[in-house]
Design a protein around this ligand. Structure first.
Ligand SMILES: NC(=O)c1ccc[n+]([C@@H]2O[C@H](COP(=O)([O-])OP(=O)(O)OC[C@H]3O[C@@H](n4cnc5c(N)ncnc54)[C@H](OP(=O)(O)O)[C@@H]3O)[C@@H](O)[C@H]2O)c1
Length: 269
């Protein structure tokens, strides 16, 4: 889509963005405010204990970075502060929990009533993450976003930002297509997220019985992640550095236009 059309589309819209303190979403927030200051509202999900701490993280980790220098110079610090005050609403939450763990029903109901666009950019991007944590954030977190989206009365678009590191062995032109739940790149195998959840549950029980220290549990759960990934690479012909939710998501898709985007890896700093 042409950038002017996107700009036009964003006018007056209410957008919910997760992973706002992250590398990609931070850039997105700045860009939206710079190219379409007439956006109506930006709800930003930020991991924090409450709204006050979420706001603090937003100001310290997003607003006060070099990233906002251009916009600050363009419209002036005072106007930028007013724009942010009027349009940006940091919300404390964690995508590993249903409704992101938001307990304030007033905030939640307002979000259900207002949100029109959802951009899920929250993820753990560590390649050696504990398997249980990676599952909770990158797979079940995306499911929680979709469940939330289903309750948003005006939602039009859901964009799931994912990773590019999923490939198999294939030749010729490989078109982008939707996955069916459980489908893998090797036609003879099947990936069952519920099986993976059971593997995690059993492992945690086993480790608990051994009365290990939390450091030892962390190491064991990281190893489990590496083992399961290697197994997938061998059995399914798939190379996936980061556990991705695309299959799980396809089962839970809300009644809105749903897109998964895997941006080109960008250099940080
Ligand atoms: N950067 C790239 O070049 C690139 C390229 C291709 C694809 N991608 C994909 O784009 C997505 C975002 O990447 P990124 O580079 O922006 O990652 P990032 O810098 O690691 O940021 C991740 C964001 O997700 C948040 N987050 C993590 N767990 C969360 C949870 N349980 N609840 C709520 N928020 C949570 C983090 O919050 P905290 O600040 O609290 O940790 C942070 O804001 C990922 O899926 C990544 O694979 C990135």
């Amino acid at each position: 889509m042409e950038s002017s059309k996107i700009q036009q589309f964003l006018e007056g819209k209410i957008i919910f963005i997760t992973g706002a303190t992250g590398f990609l979403a931070k850039i997105l927030v700045e860009k939206i405010l710079r190219v379409q200051p007439n956006v109506k509202k930006l709800y930003l999900l930020v991991r924090a204990s409450d709204t006050k701490s979420a706001k603090k993280r937003f100001y310290e980790e997003i607003m006060q970075t070099e990233l906002f220098k251009v916009l600050r110079e363009k419209i002036g610090a005072k106007n930028l502060n007013s724009l942010v005050e009027e349009k940006v609403f940091p919300v404390a939450g964690d995508i590993s929990f249903e409704d992101f763990g938001i307990e304030n029903s007033e905030i939640k109901d307002e979000m259900f009533k207002e949100i029109e666009i959802i951009i899920n950019s929250a993820a753990t991007t560590r390649f050696d993450e504990r398997y249980d944590i990676a599952m909770n954030i990158n797979v079940l977190g995306a499911v929680n976003v979709l469940k939330f989206a289903k309750r948003c009365e005006k939602v039009k678009i859901i964009v799931h930002v994912s990773t590019a590191y999923v490939c198999g062995e294939g030749e010729g032109v490989i078109p982008e297509k939707s996955f069916i739940l459980g489908e893998t790149l090797n036609k003879n195998s099947y990936l069952d997220i519920d099986v993976e959840r059971k593997v995690i549950e059993d492992k945690l029980k086993e480790l608990e019985a051994q009365q290990l220290t939390s450091k030892e549990v962390t190491i064991a759960m990281k190893d489990l992640g590496i083992q399961r990934r290697r197994r997938r690479e061998i059995e399914y012909g798939e190379v996936s550095k980061k556990l991705t939710p695309r299959r799980k998501a396809s089962r839970t898709a809300a009644n809105a236009s749903c897109s998964e985007t895997s941006p080109k890896t960008l250099p940080r700093g």
